[in-house]
Ligand binder design. Sequence first.
Ligand SMILES: Cc1cc2nc3c(=O)[nH]c(=O)nc-3n(C[C@H](O)[C@H](O)[C@H](O)COP(=O)(O)OP(=O)(O)OC[C@H]3O[C@@H](n4cnc5c(N)ncnc54)[C@H](O)[C@@H]3O)c2cc1C
Length: 456
Amino acid sequence: MTKQAIVVGGGPVGCVLSVLLARRGWQVEVYERRPDLRLAEHAAGRSINLVLTARGLRALEILGLKDQVLEITVPVYGRMMHALDGALAYQPYGKDDRERNYSVSRGDLNRYLLDVAEKSGVKVHFEQVASEVDVRAGRLVVTGPDGAARTLETPHLFGADGAPSAVRGGMQAVEGFRESLDMLPDGYKELLFPETPEGNYCMEVRALHIWPRGRHFLMGLPNQGGSFTGTLYLPLEGEESFATLTHPEAVRAFFGRHYPDAVPLLGDYVEAFLESPTGHLGTVRCAPWHVGERTLLVGDASHGIVPFFGQGLNSGFEDCAVLHGLLEAETPLAELFATFSQRRKPNTDAIADMALENYVEMRDKVGDPRFLLRKQVESRLERAYPELFRSRYAMVVYSSIPYAQAQAAGRIHDEILGELCAGIERAEDADLERGRELIDAKLTPFHAAHGISLAF
Ligand SMILES: Cc1cc2nc3c(=O)[nH]c(=O)nc-3n(C[C@H](O)[C@H](O)[C@H](O)COP(=O)(O)OP(=O)(O)OC[C@H]3O[C@@H](n4cnc5c(N)ncnc54)[C@H](O)[C@@H]3O)c2cc1C
């Protein structure tokens, strides 16, 4: 019998999941709140971009979509730090240029994935808002643009409807269901660094640019075609905050004071800043993620995280890769949903924590000399013993080592690097032989116990 499913949410995770199911012969219908992004009248608007890394790419590779997606990305190879005096400092991401990240427009990626979903036989219904979800019965109400509501029933319901998920809302009725939503006191606004009049990039295109300024920071990621999308992360309230930057003079003074080298590159940013909506950031955790074989949450709907490790979408795509593996093994569905949740939840909790740690790192520590020293010693260790030591960043971004294991290995790295950096001022003075002893004593046994291979 053909399996049937409704997927709520036609964002990137909903699309990849639908393709995965449709290619296995499922009959899939997607209900998406927004209009079709591919239609010209909806194509304009904000250019939001994000970074794809190994985990996300692996899921796309399973579906044979990786090469096409890479064609709409811009590779970035490291971080370029902008000091207040305009000095630049570059840190490569990985051990060589093969370890790189890919900047992609969220809209372009979503448009491409919607095409693939439809070509795979998925029926996508746009401008349909799901509500009143009965997760045990597989029943939901969808409301169209004319306000007409219909009740739908399905044997299998997937909630891929992002952090404010209506399907997760329906899970409240399940006994023992718990959820938390922890909002950050900071929000974000997106700004454009336009291409130069000659049509070139206004900054080094191979890098993600960061202006760390303590309580706030600006970030820039390249788009195809010459521009960068900038994102300002700033407190929502307080003296210097989105609450006070509400008129042109305040905005100009703020950028002049903190981001003087970015101002000439930002074009007509003041008006754009005032018009651009302020985004909010938070961490969603919940359990359970499923009800029998009826309902399953995936992506941000079950584990929305803050964006500071660039892993929100990557972890949602990794959900799809794990589901693919379980479907291949022909695991019965109720067991499959349970195994999936057990396998993923500790890992998505780990990346949620690491993303919050990176929030402090990116706004504050990337300009701190002790932090930079630690990073340099870490990179010396990586180069000296590449088969024995890889940074936590590399494990998260370039491998498929479960996030929880990367997090636990990172705690051991902290002990090792803490000892190696104590009492030194220059990375060259770190005692690498002692580093090797510490790796052998503390880290290698951990890798062996968890079957971790650093050959990635
Ligand atoms: C500023 C910022 C930067 C980021 N950078 C990165 C990055 O560099 N790398 C990375 O991996 N991740 C990044 N992320 C996270 C990433 O955007 C999310 O993890 C990803 O979009 C989640 O995909 P999703 O499909 O699960 O949810 P969403 O993208 O939120 O899609 C959910 C879809 O469901 C639809 N929907 C919602 N409610 C309903 C409803 N009731 N009925 C019908 N449809 C509904 C929505 O319209 C939407 O299309 C970033 C996030 C932010 C905010």
